[in-house]
Design a protein around this ligand. Structure first.
Ligand SMILES: Nc1ncnc2c1ncn2[C@@H]1O[C@H](COP(=O)(O)OP(=O)(O)OP(=O)(O)O)[C@@H](O)[C@H]1O
Length: 356
């Protein structure tokens, strides 16, 4: 249904360009759900915006294709895209929560949306609104509520209901639950999963929290610094991830089902500055297993087993990486290495400043 080929997106910034997404490819079949994960700034939302042609003025798709049912969305005119967005590809995002109009009841807004995009009568649209509200676990009486009368979780569910009311082919959910508490998050995730099966929409689920994907998606794509590090069938991935970044992410988030069971270890350091030219593997500075080769040559994304791809030069050493990545010391040594490097850079700056 969706075939994204070698997508690259860049933003014009003062004094240059920021390459936010580079050479990203994936496919999404009908009724399949794909999770895109990675830390803040790795390019997740940029992909969503590029798919929907909602990039800001300074952003552009610099390469690649987005084939939707065989038709390339790249280069479509704004009117064609507007229709496509409303009816065929729906976006559910944090900012959508603020898109509810405070002066109308949520019922009025959802019925209006349904009627604008279908030939339904008022009565039919009302029945549809009741149906999608019940799908997301909201009672019919909530249709009479104004947005301010709903809790954050309810508002989010109303937004999801609105997106679903048009039975889109693809739902793109961009961090739809991060602002909500863990219990509400869990409930909403279960709903989304159930609904996407019921109406057989495909789904792209964007999150920084890897454990959420294990609950909701069949395929996982791990991004880092604008590139795909690993893409795999979710079961295969959670049983045995390949990329050192994925191993680090796994330690950094509590599992939704086993909260408090394991020790959490954050990955030391921070993601690369994408406005600067990149060399080698994007993760090498924070990788406990990086060698000189990793800092010089970018590893390609290669098949490591069926439906499982990873971009690391040392896939053959993955067994030992998995063992080492579980140890706190492994990551502590990365922290020490990064701190040492910062210290060296500061010292050499000071020496330069002092004319030594
Ligand atoms: N309008 C913009 N102009 C310039 N740079 C931008 C713009 N929007 C995003 N970026 C940059 O592009 C990169 C990718 O950002 P993006 O928002 O896609 O990441 P993300 O993974 O979705 O992060 P988050 O989880 O914080 O939303 C970041 O370096 C970000 O600073």
């Amino acid at each position: 249904m969706l075939d994204v080929q070698n997508l690259s997106v860049e933003y014009k910034i003062q004094g240059g360009v920021l390459r936010a997404v580079e050479d990203v490819s994936f496919t999404l079949k009908r009724a399949e759900s794909l999770g895109i994960v990675g830390e803040s700034g790795c390019g997740k939302s940029t992909i969503a915006k590029a798919l929907l042609q909602l990039l800001p003025k300074n952003g552009r798709i610099s390469a690649g294709h987005v084939l939707f049912d065989g038709e390339d969305l790249v280069g479509k005119n704004p009117e064609e895209m507007r229709k496509m967005r409303q009816k065929r590809i729906a976006l559910v995002s944090q900012s959508a929560m603020n898109s509810l109009n405070p002066v109308y009841t949520v019922g009025t807004q959802i019925i209006e949306a349904i009627r604008t995009h279908s030939r339904m009568t008022e009565k039919e649209a009302f029945a549809r609104a009741v149906e999608v509200f019940s799908m997301v676990g909201l009672e019919e009486k909530r249709l009479k509520s104004f947005p301010h009368q709903l809790s954050g979780g309810m508002k989010q569910r109303a937004i999801i209901a609105m997106a679903l009311s048009l039975e889109p082919d693809i739902i793109i959910a961009d961090e739809p639950t991060t602002a909500l508490d863990v219990v509400v998050q869990g409930r909403i995730l279960q709903r989304i999963q159930k609904i996407h099966k019921e109406i057989s929409s495909s789904m792209i689920f964007i999150t920084h929290d890897i454990s959420v994907v294990s609950e909701v998606c069949e395929t996982i794509m791990v991004m880092y610094g604008g590139r795909v590090m690993e893409i795999a069938d979710t079961n295969s991935f959670f049983r045995a991830p390949y990329h050192p970044y994925s191993l680090g992410l796994q330690n950094a988030f509590p599992s939704i089902t086993e909260i408090g069971q394991e020790e959490l270890v954050a990955i030391p350091g921070s993601p690369p500055n994408l406005s600067e030219p990149q060399q080698g593997c994007r993760f090498h500075v924070r990788c406990p297993f990086a060698t000189e080769r990793c800092s010089l040559e970018e590893p390609p994304l290669e098949e490591v087993k069926e439906n499982h791809y990873s971009a690391c030069w040392y896939t053959d050493k993955v067994e030992s990486f998995r063992r080492e990545a579980k140890k706190r010391d492994t990551w502590e040594s990365v922290r020490a290495r990064i701190e040492e490097q910062i210290l060296q850079e500061e010292t050499s700056e000071e020496m330069k400043g002092a004319g030594i």
